[in-house]
Design a protein around this ligand. Structure first.
Ligand code: NAP
Length: 234
């Protein structure tokens, strides 16, 4: 039995990852423990997916009902707040840092003992953004938090080798609820598409299948940043 912990997974890249995992493997072998505020899209996966109502910004992460071994951890909450630097306060950076990084750290600390017990060389999957490889105006907020994640992943990969793998995915604009403020604006969407060498933005499945691969199939990649961005960072 493999146990995966997802913070988020009720929609967006997380849901696509869960659907991909379920389409790949003998389902009796897998339990996905999803912690998120909503769960409507997960009802059809009942049995393999155990949902716990959870708000990372308010709730304490309760480990009482966790399985003894954990084979993967995926942290999905993130932000896209595009603002000119001169309008931002230091508190805005702290708020963004909490959502993207600090809240993840507090959960990961609680999961490390169960990840270490896994016989399956578990993988932690975190999310960065294309903006770490390619600077863009008005992205200072998200760049600050996601930059922290990339450095963290590389260093944790070495610190926890050969027990736990750490990898990071750095998408460009991807068609999820998080990106709605951009994708619902035809002009902004068109501009973004034109900047991608592959002439489209990402779909959740583009990223979900990589999450699934890292959790289920791979056992030799750690400390890597995967640029699933239609060539935008090249
Ligand atoms: N989409 C993009 O264009 C894009 C680009 C670059 C990087 N990324 C990164 O990729 C990751 C996934 O993005 P996404 O587009 O799939 O995001 P999304 O559509 O906003 O989905 C986020 C998931 O996290 C959960 N979540 C959010 N806030 C939460 C909270 N306070 N407590 C518990 N769960 C919470 C949501 O569930 P509930 O609302 O049900 O709680 C949802 O399942 C993020 O780190 C993002 O920064 C995305």
């Amino acid at each position: 039995m493999k146990n995966f912990i997802f913070i988020g997974g009720s929609y967006g890249i997380g849901l696509s990852s869960i659907n991909h995992i379920m389409s790949k493997k003998d389902q009796s072998d897998i339990k996905i423990h999803v912690y998120s505020r909503s769960s409507d899209n997960l009802n059809s996966l009942e049995g393999n997916v155990i949902h716990t109502p959870f708000d990372i910004s308010k709730d304490e992460f309760d480990t009482t009902h966790l399985p003894e071994t954990v084979d993967g951890f995926v942290y999905l909450p993130g932000s896209i707040k595009l603002k000119p630097f001169h309008t931002l306060k230091p508190e805005d950076f702290m708020e963004d840092y909490k959502i993207n990084f600090l809240n993840m750290v507090s959960i990961l600390k609680k999961l490390i003992p169960s990840l270490k017990k896994s016989p399956n060389l578990p993988c932690v999957v975190l999310f960065s953004s294309v903006v770490i490889k390619k600077g863009m105006p008005f992205h200072s907020l998200v760049a600050a938090s996601k930059g922290a994640i990339e450095g963290f992943v590389k260093n944790m990969a070495v610190e926890y080798a050969p027990k736990i793998r750490f990898n990071c995915i750095a998408p460009s604009l991807t068609n999820t609820p998080l990106a709605k403020s951009i994708t619902s604006n035809p002009k902004m969407l068109e501009t973004s598409i034109s900047k991608h060498p592959l002439k489209r933005i990402g779909e959740p499945e583009d990223i979900g299948k990589l999450v699934s691969y890292l959790l289920l199939e791979d056992s030799f990649m750690t400390g890597q940043i995967f640029h699933t961005d239609g060539g935008m960072s090249v």
